[in-house]
Design a protein around this ligand. Sequence first.
Ligand code: PMT
Length: 318
Amino acid sequence: MSCISGLGEDEVNSFFESSPPLKNMEEIVQKLNAFIHLNSSAGGRRRRRIVCVTSGGTTVPLEQRCVRYIDNFSSGNRGAASTENFVKAGYAVIFLFRRGTCQPYSRSLPDDPFLDCFQFPDNTNIQVNASHVEAVKMAVMDQQAAVAESRLLKLPFTTIYEYLQMLRLIATALKDVGPCSMFYLAAAVSDFYVPWKSMTEHKIESGSGPLDIRLAQVPKMLSFLRTYWAPKAFCISFKLETDSKILIEKATKALRKYKVHAVVANELSTRKEEVVVVSSSGNVVVRCDSEKPESIVEDNLIRLIVDRHSTYIKEFST
Ligand code: PMT
């Protein structure tokens, strides 16, 4: 495997110019504009803060008619749990998620075997088994309320091409919301990809020996998001490492380099118990509440992020 390095504006432009265009771009733009209009002051009825939560891993196809792909690890749990907490805190959420990953309000439902939740006492009725009634009721009610109140817009992606094009569309659409908008970038985004034009159309044949693939570097879009796409938005990025010894150093470097407002640093094996919020005002360790068995790290994490966002909005307007 070898990489083509060297990043900048040219690389970003060429990434987008050579990407296969989104199939449903008009529909996405229309949904986005309607959602933002309803939730921002421009709509006249409600004025809510709007957060874009990205969630799940992007894929890198190896063939245009894709059979094989490279994947980035993320179950989508962090993004889904954070989305629920942002809605609870009064935000409208644009949930940009990888198809098939964990969804808001579904985390407490058994995914395997999900159908064991239900039974048919006769041919006309479906019932939820007693052991799952509470979880299903809460999931259905909370999800329906969030959608009915226009607090949740879900937009799915699969590939790195779709993810970055959609992120750019969202950032552009949110530009006028300014400091009341936030980007919470929990998705695991590929650093390397096969440029569309140099990708083989059909399934790679397996009969010709070892596979030699040349991967180009995906331009880091954080700088572009901060500088051009949504310069007034509050921006939280993530840093995932498997070696805890380098985690905080890498997160601190990312904070300075990309000029985001905070970096949430997490180590793969402990990510559900603990994260460190790295920012210019110091590092804060965030954990779940040990006395509350139901507590998850996102309850305290989102409380902290929302507080920081409030301070940012106040400082912005003075
Ligand atoms: O989904 P779970 O199983 O619950 O796990 C959650 C998580 C561990 C995936 C999540 O908490 C997390 O850490 N997500 C970010 C993982 C990641 O991709 O880290 P990174 O070091 O590769 O990227 C750092 C930041 O740069 C990210 O915010 C990413 O959005 C951004 N990035 C990455 C690549 C790229 N080309 N452009 C970018 O802007």
